[in-house]
Design a protein around this ligand. Structure first.
Ligand code: ATP
Length: 121
C-alpha cells in the first residue's frame, strides 16, 4: 500500500490517541475494557460471550470518540452559551451513557453468574 493509502489510518490513529490524551473518560473506558478482557481470559469465555464483550468495548469507544468530535466542533463554533450547543453536547453525552449502561448490563449478564458459581457454589 502506498504512503498516501495509509494516511487515513494515520489520521484515525491520531484521533484515537488525541482523545486518549485529553479525555479522562476514555482512560476510564480503557481500564474497564482491559479488566473485562483479563476477566474473560481468566474465565475462559465462549466465542459468543467474546462477541458480546468486544461489541460492548467497541460501542463505548465509538460513542466516546463521536462525543469528543461533537464537543470539539461545538466548542469551535459556539464557545459562548447557546441552547443548540447544549442540546448537541447533552445528546452526545447521552449516547456515551447509553453505550456504557448497555455494556454494564451485558457484562453483568456474562460475568455475574460465572463469578457466583466460582465464589459461592
Ligand atoms: N457552548 C455551550 N452552550 C450551552 N451549553 C454548554 C456549552 N458548553 C457546554 N455546555 C453544557 O455543559 C455541559 C458540559 O460541557 P463540557 O464542554 O464541559 O463537556 P463535558 O460533558 O464536561 O465533557 P468532558 O467531560 O468529556 O470534557 C454540556 O453537556 C452542556 O450541557
Amino acid at each position: 500500500m502506498s504512503k498516501n493509502g495509509l494516511r487515513p489510518f494515520a489520521h484515525a490513529w491520531n484521533g484515537i490517541t488525541a482523545t486518549y490524551r485529553t479525555e479522562r473518560n476514555f482512560k476510564i473506558h480503557l481500564t474497564f475494557s482491559l479488566a473485562a478482557i483479563a476477566l474473560g481470559i481468566g474465565m475462559h469465555l465462549s466465542a459468543s460471550d467474546w462477541c458480546w464483550i468486544t461489541l460492548c468495548i467497541a460501542l463505548v469507544f465509538v460513542a466516546e470518540l463521536i462525543n469528543t468530535a461533537i464537543e470539539s466542533v461545538v466548542n469551535l463554533v459556539s464557545p459562548a452559551y447557546h441552547p443548540l450547543a447544549k442540546k448537541a453536547k447533552d445528546a452526545a453525552a447521552g449516547a456515551v451513557l447509553i453505550a456504557a449502561v448497555f455494556s454494564l448490563v451485558v457484562g453483568g449478564i456474562i460475568f455475574l453468574p460465572k463469578l457466583w458459581r466460582h465464589f459461592v457454589i
